[in-house]
Design a protein around this ligand. Structure first.
Ligand code: G3H
Ligand code: 13P
Ligand code: ZN
Length: 323
């Protein structure tokens, strides 16, 4: 058993308490490789922002669970050496089984998500409760989910999304004992979140549902998945240098800023990081076709991602300078 406390990691309890009181949200960035992790850590140290490092089941399979754990431990060492004491949580994103959550908790994760959102309500409650009972013994925090987001996830491929029903949230939180709740208010995973005609704005998020949820469970930390903005500048670079991502659309930064000021304490961002990295690599390949040293294309991609993270923390989540 590896205790996250021994690695210098934090669970999300105190982070969310401060975010709720301060009217900002903690960024949760996914990573699968060294360059992404370097960019997240550097960007969050530079902007003095607390951070949740997210690992999906797919990331664990891709990068090797042991290596990922040591990478997170290495990241904590870098934080210590920086002299900027940013709180860092290591979180399982979209855990789909009790065993997976247990395995992560035993190998140093400080927080897990158990995503039973695709299950019938009673089964979601039962599975989530079981994970909470195990996790809380190790003071690991747990995120549950109610409502289904459209899009590609590790294990959930619903035909259609359905919004969270505010009538369920109080009962779910009480019966499961979760520490935070992911809800569905119109976001979805990936880079094609809305079908809009050129020049049209995507539909606004369902803030009415969020407000009703806040009324039912006042002061309870809410999580927003599928919150990438799919920044047009990077989509344009991808398309210019041989990619095919016409029609990619995300959640506007205005909507995210509004969410961050509410009970939304955690905002999940993965696709934006993928887009930046792809854009820069495509650009280097196109402009310097003789280049074959991975450091020459992964390096600039990493540096651009770090810049994006600083900007998001400062201008969108409001988490910059909170340490
Ligand atoms: O919500 C899903 C995250 O973006 C993780 O994606 O399962 O492809 O690693 P992944
Ligand atoms: P995006 O695909 O919008 O980045 O969402 C990521 C996410 O929700 C990870 O759990
Ligand atoms: Zn998600």
């Amino acid at each position: 058993m590896v205790r996250y406390q021994d690695l210098g990691l934090s669970n999300t309890r105190d982070m969310f308490k401060k975010a709720m009181a301060g009217g900002y949200a903690i960024p949760a960035y996914n990573f699968n490789n060294m360059e992404q992790l370097q960019a997240i850590i550097q960007g969050c140290i530079e902007s003095r922002s607390p951070v949740i490092l997210q690992i999906s089941k797919g990331a664990r399979k891709y990068a090797n669970q042991t290596l990922l754990r040591y990478m997170a431990e290495g990241a904590m060492q870098i934080v210590k050496e920086s002299g900027v004491p940013i709180p860092v949580a290591l979180h399982l994103d979209h855990g789909d089984s009790y065993d997976l959550c247990v395995s992560c908790i035993e190998t140093g994760f400080s927080s897990v998500m158990i995503d039973g959102s695709g299950l019938p309500y009673a089964e979601n409650v039962q599975l989530t409760r079981k994970v909470v009972d195990y996790a809380h013994k190790a003071d690991v925090t747990v995120e549950g989910e109610l409502g289904v987001l459209a899009g590609i996830e590790d294990h959930v491929s619903p035909a259609a999304s359905h919004y969270t029903d505010p009538n369920d949230v109080e009962d779910f939180v009480k019966k499961t004992g979760v520490d935070s709740l992911a809800i569905s208010i119109g976001t979805s995973h990936g880079a094609f979140k809305f079908k809009v005609k050129p020049g049209e704005q995507p539909p606004p998020l369902r803030f009415d549902i969020l407000e009703e949820v806040e009324r039912r469970i006042p002061g309870f930390p809410i999580v927003l998945h599928g919150a990438s903005s799919v920044i047009p500048e990077y989509v344009a670079i991808i398309n210019k240098f041989g990619g095919k991502m016409e029609g990619a659309v995300g959640v506007s930064e205005d909507q995210l800023r509004r969410a961050a000021k509410s009970a939304v304490c955690k905002i999940n961002i993965d696709s934006d990081g993928r887009l930046v990295v792809t854009a820069i690599i495509r650009k280097v390949f196109a402009e310097e076709p003789k280049e074959f040293d991975p450091r020459k294309y992964l390096g600039p991609a990493r540096d651009e991602l770090a810049k994006l993270i600083v900007r998001k923390n400062r201008d969108v989540l409001g988490s910059a300078g909170r340490v």
